[in-house]
Design a protein around this ligand. Structure first.
Ligand code: SAM
Ligand code: DTB
Ligand code: SF4
Length: 320
């Protein structure tokens, strides 16, 4: 085995990443855990809470999504929530122990008519001493700068899969458009939250290519969410094959090795995961979770259960 390097790299090759994926499991976890300990306290975990502030009727056709207008799902659509209701939810999340409040909107990109309210929401939530994150779809340079000026800490915009496989998942926007938004967010000096989904029928090469794109950005995303597909009835991916648990753990470990200073978030799918699997993901380098009974439109692991799990593992929540 090569000596463990703690260097931060932005020049990862696909073949090197594939080699990591094929390491014996124990070797891979050891590498990931060693790097994790070099850069982080291994007993700390960051907690983010989510709120969907605009639900459904999205013009995009992302094959996994309950909120696309292209598919007939059971979801009831809702317009942008009033500021007071969003702020009230943020207060509750803080009271329950979250350090970051993430707001999602089912848009291709935010509309001018809603933008002033979004800025007002950021200002109000910053006053609660919570970190703010938004995910609103594609942004142009001016929008990114305005969000930054209002005090937005993080912007979430996922690449979701490899550049090749993306065409099988979304046809209404391109991978390049996703990359363009990531560039605007980083240029505006907003911290980036960017990751993907596993379980959409992609290959190991696709997972490696997704992580390669993330790790070779000019600056690593500060937060890297790894979502396990939640199959939604009515979407093209409703009957996707379940992912082997060890493949999920491998993906987390490789993300940790490639981006050793980033928070790797074990994201969607935790409500269906055994505690033992989640513990293995934390061992592989995941150090952030979505905390709260709901994700955007689906149920998350329950807060009471999560509190017990963190307690049983001696994991403390941290302010990033
Ligand atoms: N419209 C914005 C966008 O596309 O960036 C923001 C909302 S979108 C729902 C945010 C992310 O949630 C997606 O990029 C995807 O990674 C994740 N996501 C959505 N539906 C999911 C599902 N059924 N299972 C797992 N992850 C999902
Ligand atoms: C991310 O990577 N995962 C979150 C957040 N960013 C916005 C969303 C997960 C959504 C899961 C399906 C749903 O609840 O609709
Ligand atoms: Fe869902 Fe976002 Fe795609 Fe719209 S753009 S369908 S909200 S993932």
């Amino acid at each position: 085995m090569q000596n463990q390097s703690t260097e931060i790299r932005h020049d990862w090759q696909l073949t090197e990443i594939l080699q990591l994926f094929t390491l014996p499991f124990n070797e891979l976890i050891f590498k990931a855990q060693t790097l994790h300990r070099h850069y982080f306290n291994p007993n700390e975990i960051q907690l983010s809470s989510l709120l969907n502030i605009k639900t459904g009727k999205c013009s995009e056709d992302c094959a996994y999504c309950s909120q696309s207008a292209h598919f007939k799902t059971a979801l009831e659509s809702e317009p942008l929530m009033p500021t007071e209701a969003i702020v009230a939810a943020a207060k509750q999340a803080k009271a329950k122990g979250a350090t970051r409040f993430c707001m999602g909107a089912a848009w291709r990109s935010p509309k001018i008519k809603d933008f002033t309210q979004l800025l007002e929401v950021i200002i109000a939530i910053k006053q609660l001493e919570l970190e703010t994150c938004m995910t609103l779809g594609m942004l142009n340079a001016t929008q990114a700068q305005q969000l930054k000026a209002a005090g937005l800490d993080y912007y979430n915009h996922n690449l979701d899969t490899s550049s090749d496989y993306y065409k099988n998942i979304v046809t209404t926007h391109s991978y390049q458009e996703r990359l363009d938004t990531l560039a605007e967010v980083q240029k505006a000096n907003i911290k980036l939250c960017c990751g993907g989904i596993i379980g959409m029928g992609e290959s190991v090469e696709d997972r490696a290519d997704l992580l390669r794109h993330l790790a070779n950005l000019p600056k690593h995303p500060e937060s890297v969410p790894i979502n396990l597909l939640i199959p939604i009835a009515g979407t093209p991916l409703e009957n996707s094959q379940a992912v082997d648990s060890f493949d999920l753990v491998r993906c987390i470990a490789v993300a940790r090795i490639l981006m050793p200073t980033s928070y790797v978030r074990l994201s969607a799918g935790r409500s269906e995961m055994a505690d033992t699997l989640q513990a293995l993901c934390f061992l592989a380098g995941a150090n952030s979770i979505f905390y709260g009974d709901k994700l955007l439109t689906t149920n998350n692991a329950e807060i009471t259960h999560d509190k017990q799990l963190l307690d049983r593992l001696g994991l403390n929540s941290t302010v990033q």
